[in-house]
Structures are given as C-alpha cells and as structure tokens.
Design a protein around this ligand. Sequence first.
Ligand code: BTN
Length: 253
Amino acid sequence: MEQPLKPIGHTIIRLDETTSTNTLVMESEEYLENHGLVVTARHQTAGRGRIGRKWHSLPGSQLQFSTVIHPPLPREQVPVTSLMTGLAVAETLEAQLALQPKLKWPNDVLLGGRKVCGILMELKMRHRKDDPRLVVGVGINCLGGPGDYPVELRDTLTTLAHETGSEVDMERLLQGVLKALDSWFTRLVKGARPALLEGWNSRADLAGKKVRFRAAGGPKTGRAAGITEEGFLVVETEGGGRHIHTSGEIEWL
Ligand code: BTN
C-alpha cells in the first residue's frame, strides 16, 4: 500500500548560497523522491524565473525556496497546483500582514499592481512512469525596497517591507506559506479543486485585461476572460474567437 504523504515542509534544508534552489532539487534524485522536502537559500547566484528569465536575488532580503510535490492527482489536475501556490502565498500575506494581494495568471502575486512574489513550477517525469515530481519554487521580496533592485525592475516590483512599512519575519512567513500549501494540497487531493479555483478567482485581476500570445499563424492579441477548470487562461481574441492558453508564455499589455 502507498505510504501517506508527509506534510510539505517536514524537512527544511537551509543554505546560505546556491545557484538556484529549483536547479538543485531538479538535479537530485534523492530530493525529488522526498515529497514535502524544502530547500531555502539566503542567496541564489543563478536564480531562475519563468520562461527562461532570470530571477534577481538580493542576498538575505527574499524568502527563496523550492519544495517537492508528488501529486497523486489525475494528469489534468496537475496544472492547478501552480495556481494553488500563488493562492497559498496570497492567503498567508493576508493572514500575517493584513495585505490584499492580487493574483496574476499564471502565478505572480501582486501588491498595488507590482510583483511581490514569483513562482516557478517545474515538472520532472520519471523514467517510464506516469508519476511526475513537481518542483515548486517560490521567491518573495521581503526586505529592502524597490530601489535596492536593478533599475529595470524598480517600476514593476515591490517588497513586503515597502508595502507594510515594517520589517518582515521571513521565518514566520515561510512557516505560514508551507502550512497553507500543505493544507491546500491535502484538500486538492480530496477533490477541493472548485474551492481552490474560487479562492484564486476571488483574488484574480484579469477579466478584460489585454494580452498578446504566440499562435501558429503569428502573434495574436485578445482579452483575458477567466480560467478553465484545469487552470488555463481563457482569451477572447480580436475577431471573436476563443483561445485556451496553457503555456504561461503570455504578455500582459
Ligand atoms: C518568475 O516570476 O518568473 C518566477 C520566479 C521564481 C523564483 C524562485 S526563488 C526560489 C526558486 N529558485 C529559483 O531559481 N527560482 C525560484
């Protein structure tokens, strides 16, 4: 019989510096086999963002971690684990800091329209087995202010310290996010996808927003209209078509 899964965060490996916590976990069979394992780093020298972007690490000022999830979920439900992570972060910011975050598809967390948290979800398919391992990487800008970041990022990001006007307890935040993640994961496995989508939708900021995406015949633009049950983005294209966007590679205009 399958062993029950341990809680997310049952073991936390704390590193001062690494290249990228996601890379480290993705490259370790031992880590990948350990559902709920968490690796944090005070600094990442090669932090990675979505779609090949770089994640800028500011030593000691961000909560940066990756966790391993073994999703015992039907294949079509795996993508919602990405929405689940954004929701878990948003709920923790609400509960601990009385903030009102918004969620931007697929999984940015925003405060006042600026990004405070980015999430990189990667999937490792195991040899011959339809039994994926998810590596969920979370980066939250906690201390300092936008002025501490490279000039090209300053207008689009924010930090918790900047938004609240006070220092943030990063350890408490980590524990809160892990608890919220574990709670949502446990519920999701038991069928709570509708509740998860409701929680995500109630914090989403997408209806009517203009987007551009790559399609077979070249770039297309349209307006976001919501998300599907699987967690994909619905876009109403100019010309009246409906497009379901699955890749996360989208430009918000
Ligand atoms: C994005 O916004 O594009 C995703 C950013 C994800 C950053 C986190 S920090 C911890 C983990 N390790 C990485 O290299 N990336 C993720």
